[in-house]
Write a protein that binds this ligand. Structure first.
Ligand code: SAH
Length: 292
């Protein structure tokens, strides 16, 4: 039997899913999915083309695991590589991404299965290398906060720092925000965000650019979204105070529940007042206002 595709499966600890996922893409994966089972380690499944060197993939992943271990991160479990039982990896990949209702008004859907739900806006996001399919608690938390803020009055302008797939910027535009500036330091993410904005018909309102979240030269916005990590929020807090217009809103994601109080404290030192916090899958999304 000739192998159409290889599947590599590996158990990883939650802290290591992001670096290991990136590494799998770098090894040439056609698709990577993360499967979460309550009470068990997440499992990554990556699909590789037939010409990939299956034994080499396994060796390189083991070496990468050792390197992570040396950095103090939990090393992944032993990888298993085998011919894909389901010969159609695309079907296996697609199966993983079903339309996902988020909050009260949104559905995040892949391009091949984008239904219309009564009373909900469908935001089409192509799952790819860039982070942000809506399935992760950090993204879903930011989308819920965005939706709640828009319910209180649609901001005319927003900034999305670390846009990834562009999901937050595109959702903001779909919810009526007039102009969104979306930046990411990763050019692949910016390409994905640009394509996703076009896919949703909001390319004229979402401007995507490669850039560092700390180095923007923009007019202050009534809404700033940043789904980064706690350490980045602490570092960027003085910049947030410049990016968010007085009485404007700041939505911060990527904060472990145990870090939320510390991040809120750091932001308070820069004039931000916490308004709401939501926790999803161990991740907190903070919603703050600049000034009282
Ligand atoms: N906004 C998306 C993606 C979040 S993942 C969502 O909510 O799902 C975080 C993204 O931020 C990644 O794409 C990463 O490349 C980008 N990023 C991390 N640090 C950054 C920085 N300092 N400047 C710009 N982008 C950054």
């Amino acid at each position: 039997m000739t192998t159409a595709y290889w599947e590599l499966a590996v158990a990883v600890s939650p802290d290591a899913t992001e670096p290991v996922t990136n590494f799998l893409w770098e090894l040439g994966a056609l698709g990577v999915v993360e499967e979460e089972t309550p009470g068990a380690s997440p499992r990554l499944r990556a699909f590789f083309p037939a010409h990939a060197d299956a034994a080499g993939l396994e060796t390189r992943l083991r070496a990468y695991g050792d390197a992570l271990g040396a950095l103090g991160l939990p090393a992944p479990g032993p990888p298993s590589v085998g011919p894909l039982a389901d010969p159609d990896w695309a079907a296996a990949w697609r199966d993983h991404f079903r339309p996902l209702p988020v909050g009260r008004r949104l559905v995040i859907a892949p391009p091949w299965d984008a239904p219309t739900f009564a009373g909900r806006l469908t935001v089409v996001i192509e799952p790819g290398r860039a982070f942000g399919t809506g399935h992760h608690g950090t993204t879903a938390g930011c989308l819920e906060a965005l939706e709640a803020l828009v319910d209180d009055g649609v901001p005319v302008h927003a900034i999305d720092l670390g846009t990834g797939s562009g999901i937050l910027a595109v959702a903001a535009a779909c919810l009526g925000v007039g102009r969104v500036v979306a930046v990411d330091e990763d050019p692949d993410a910016v390409a994905a965000a640009t394509a996703n904005a076009a896919r949703n018909g909001v390319a004229d309102r979402v401007r995507c650019a490669v850039g560092d979240a700390g180095g923007l030269d923009v007019a202050p916005a009534p809404l700033v979204l940043a789904n980064l990590l706690s350490a980045a929020h602490a570092r960027l807090a003085p910049r947030y105070a410049e990016y968010v217009a007085p009485r404007g809103a700041l939505v911060l994601g990527g904060i472990l529940d145990s870090e939320a109080a510390g991040v809120a404290g750091e932001l308070a030192r820069h004039g931000f007042v916490p308004r709401a916090a939501r926790s999803l899958d161990g991740w907190t999304t903070l919603q703050l206002t600049r000034g009282r």
